[in-house]
Design a protein around this ligand. Structure first.
Ligand SMILES: [Zn+2]
Length: 253
């Protein structure tokens, strides 16, 4: 399955993704932070761009779009609820819809922005979560409330543990350093801390961890654990209260 997903590094720390269908040679682009590396990836693979899916309206997820579709004309799809802020769409969808012959489910993922969506490809065991669930962390709450993001992550947590999570930025090292304050499983954390510098040296992506490993390391998926509430300084608090406090501390860090 891994060879059907191409991870493309863009800008300073963004990721875009191509999802390939070997039966048709068509590829779906998820987000368009920067044209040049995405055009280079299309050239290198020979994949035919069939559509672009947008997760949310922030400039660092859409800025490359015009140049990409000029070179590779393809329909642009985004959340109907956020049409006014997204680039011009050829087709609008809504959370709960199934795209690409039913192979891609649209998840509502508010918290970072209100119109943020995620894309789940069950056949590929892949979730493209952009700036909602991130590697060892979650996105900043620009528009939604802590309760919005908490509910978003709770929906993702119900997916199978072997689901690979592809997020929109490489914030893994900073997120992991922060997560260390809340992680009792020091072995898993230490192993990942040892691995990250090697990935950086070799230019390898940090995204694409499994949901199972995120449940072991990501403090925002562990707010139900008594030891995490204690580490947050609010023993006995509800998972949402713990989530809210951890997110507040991260924003203040
Ligand atoms: Zn964003």
């Amino acid at each position: 399955m891994a060879d059907r997903i191409r991870i493309i590094r863009c800008l300073k720390d963004n990721y875009a993704f191509l999802v390939h269908d070997p039966a048709t040679n068509e590829a779906t682009l998820i987000d368009a932070p920067e044209a040049q590396p995405i055009l280079a990836a299309l050239d290198a693979t020979g994949w035919q761009l069939a559509r672009v899916l947008l997760t949310h309206h922030h400039w660092d997820h859409v800025d490359g779009l015009a140049s990409i579709i000029e070179a590779h004309p393809a329909p642009v799809l985004g959340n109907a609820a956020d049409m006014a802020r997204l680039p011009e769409l050829d087709r609008a969808f809504s959370p709960g819809d199934k795209l690409i012959d039913g192979t891609c489910a649209v998840f509502d993922a508010p918290g970072h922005t209100l119109g943020h969506v995620a894309f789940h490809f069950p056949n590929l065991q892949a979730l493209f979560s952009a700036d909602s669930l991130m590697t060892h962390g979650c996105g900043r709450l620009f528009e939604g409330t802590a309760a919005d993001m908490f509910a978003t992550l709770a929906r993702f947590a119900e997916l199978p543990d072997d689901t690979r999570v592809f997020s929109g930025h490489d914030y893994a090292a900073a997120n992991l350093a922060f997560a260390a304050n809340y992680a009792p499983e020091q072995d898993a954390l230490a192993a990942r801390q040892a691995e990250l510098p090697r990935l950086a040296t070799e230019g390898l992506p940090t995204t694409g961890t499994t949901l199972g490993s995120e449940k072991a390391l990501n403090p925002y998926l562990r707010t139900h654990l008594p030891q995490v509430a204690e580490a947050a300084g609010i023993p006995g608090a509800s998972p949402l209260e713990v989530f809210t406090e951890i997110r507040r501390r991260k924003d203040a860090a």
